[in-house]
Design a protein around this ligand. Structure first.
Ligand code: CMC
Length: 385
C-alpha cells in the first residue's frame, strides 16, 4: 500500500506544518508566534495571548478591547443547558462534565451559524470557564452563580468558583495574576496529543465544539494534562505513607507496578521544560502571597532534587514538566485536585482553536487517516463457504 514507515506514538512523523508554536526540546525553548514564553508570562494576559495564537500578531489596544468585550457578552449559558448538569452525578469527574457540556453546546448552536467560526471561538472562550466553574460548584452541591461581566476574564472565573450567593466576592489580585500567568503557560504546545486530536477530529469536517470536546477528553489522561492531578496524588501519597522520597524514587526506577514519577519526562523536552521553570519560581511567590504553607511543596522540591541527581533520570533526560508544580499552586488557590486538569483545558483552549483554524485555512489539509501495518491472519476460508 506504499507504506514506508511504522512509527508508534508518532515519535518521528510530522503531521502538519504550523506557524503557531516553536519548541526546541534540547535547549528548553518555547515561543508562541515567535515570542518567548518567559516574556509573555511576565507581560501579557490570557486573552492577549489567545488573540496572538489565533491571529498571528499581538492585538492593538482597540482589537483587544473589542475581543474582551465580545467574550464578556457571551458568558451566559442557556438556562436549559444549566439543567443538563442536574442529570450528572455530583461525583462526576469535572473533566467528563466539561467535555460533555461542550459537546452539548453544539446542540444549541449547530446549524445557526455553521460558517461563523469566529463567533464559535468567542462563545467557547466565554463559556468554557463558566461550564468549568459549574462543574466545580456541582461537585460541592453549591448554587451556580451568574457571570458578572463587569469583571475581567480571570476574576469572573474566580468569582464563579469561589463566590457564593450570600456575600460579595472579594478579588485577590495575587490570585488573579497567578492564575492568568498559569493559563498563559498552558495556551499552546504545538502537536501534543490533545491538539492532534482536535486537528484529527476537525479534519473530518466535524464542528469546533465536537473537536474541542474530543480534545478535552484526550487531555484528561494522566500521561497528558491529567498529570497535574496525578502529581498531587503522588505527593500526598508520599506524605501519607511516610515512605520517603528516596524509597519512592527507587520504586519508580524498578518500574514497580508501572509507577512513574508524575510530572517528569516529556516527549519533546530533553531539558528543563521552560514552563516548569516559571511555575517553580511562581510556586514560592504565590504561596507566600496567599499566606499558605504547604508541606507538599517541600516534598516536590525534595523529589526534584533527588531525581535530577539520579542516573536513571539523567540517562533518560527526564526533567520536571509543566505539571510538576502547578498542582501545588492550584491547591493553594483553593481548587480541589479534580479541577486541576480543567484549569489546563481552559488554558489550552486558545491553542486548540488556533490549530483548528490554521488547519482549516491550509489548502494542503486532508482528512487525518494514519496507516497501519497488518500483522493478522492471511486469508482464511469460512467453514462451508
Ligand atoms: N518516571 C519514570 N520513568 C519515566 C518517566 C517518568 N515520569 N517518563 C519516562 N520514563 C522512562 C520510560 O519508562 C522509558 O524508560 P526505558 O527507556 O527504560 O523504557 C524512558 O524514560 C523513555 O520514556 P518514554 O515513555 O519512551 O517517553 P515518551 O516520550 O513516550 O513519554 C511522557 C513521555 C510524558 C508520556 C512520559 O515521560 C511520562 O509518562 N511522564 C509522566 C506523565 C507526565 O508527567 N505527563 C505530562 C507531560 S507534560 C504536559 C502534558 O503533555 O500534558
Amino acid at each position: 500500500t506504499g507504506l514506508t514507515a511504522l512509527d508508534y506514538g508518532f515519535v518521528n512523523t510530522a503531521s502538519t506544518q504550523s506557524e503557531i508554536t516553536y519548541i526546541d526540546g534540547n535547549q528548553g525553548i518555547l515561543r508562541y508566534r515567535g515570542y518567548p514564553i518567559e516574556q509573555l508570562a511576565e507581560h501579557s494576559t490570557y486573552l492577549e495571548v489567545a488573540w496572538l495564537l489565533l491571529y498571528g500578531s499581538l492585538p492593538t489596544a482597540d482589537e483587544l478591547g473589542e475581543f474582551d468585550e465580545k467574550i464578556r457578552r457571551h458568558t451566559l449559558l442557556h438556562e436549559d443547558l444549566k439543567r443538563f448538569f442536574s442529570a450528572l452525578p455530583h461525583t462526576a469527574h469535572p473533566m467528563s462534565v466539561l467535555s460533555s457540556a461542550v459537546s452539548a453546546l453544539s446542540t444549541y448552536y449547530e446549524g445557526q451559524d455553521p460558517d461563523d467560526v469566529e463567533l464559535t471561538m468567542v462563545r467557547l472562550l466565554a463559556k468554557l470557564p463558566v461550564i468549568a466553574a459549574y462543574a466545580h460548584k456541582k461537585s460541592l452541591g453549591q448554587a451556580f452563580l451568574y457571570p458578572d461581566n463587569s469583571l475581567s476574564f480571570v476574576d469572573n472565573f474566580l468569582r464563579l468558583n469561589f463566590g457564593n450567593m450570600a456575600e460579595p466576592y472579594e478579588i485577590d489580585p495575587v490570585l488573579s495574576k497567578a492564575l492568568d500567568r498559569l493559563l498563559i503557560l498552558h495556551e499552546d504546545h504545538e502537536q501534543n496529543a490533545s491538539t492532534s486530536t482536535v486537528r484529527l477530529v476537525g479534519s473530518t469536517g466535524a464542528n469546533l465544539y465536537a473537536s474541542i470536546s474530543a480534545g478535552i477528553q484526550a487531555l484528561s489522561g494522566p500521561l497528558h494534562g491529567g498529570a497535574n492531578e496525578a502529581v498531587l496524588q503522588m505527593l500526598a501519597q508520599i506524605r501519607d505513607s511516610g515512605e520517603g522520597v528516596g524509597k519512592f524514587v527507587e520504586r519508580v526506577k524498578r518500574k514497580e507496578d508501572g509507577v512513574k514519577l508524575m510530572g517528569f519526562g516529556h516527549r519533546v523536552y530533553k531539558n528543563y521544560d521552560p514552563r516548569a521553570t516559571i511555575v517553580k519560581q511562581s510556586a514560592d511567590e504565590v504561596l507566600a502571597g496567599l499566606g499558605v504553607a504547604d508541606p507538599l511543596l517541600d516534598i516536590a522540591k525534595e523529589l526534584e532534587q533527588f531525581a535530577l541527581q539520579d542516573d536513571y533520570f539523567k540517562e533518560r533526560r527526564l526533567y520536571p514538566n509543566v505539571d510538576f508544580y502547578t498542582g501545588v499552586i492550584y491547591k493553594a488557590m483553593g481548587f480541589p485536585t479534580r479541577m486541576f486538569t480543567v484549569l489546563f483545558a481552559i488554558g489550552r483552549l486558545p491553542g486548540w482553536m488556533a490549530h483548528w483554524r490554521e488547519m482549516n485555512l491550509d489548502p494542503q489539509t486532508k482528512i487525518g487517516r494514519p496507516q497501519q501495518l497488518y500483522i493478522g491472519e492471511p486469508e482464511r476460508r469460512y467453514p462451508g463457504a
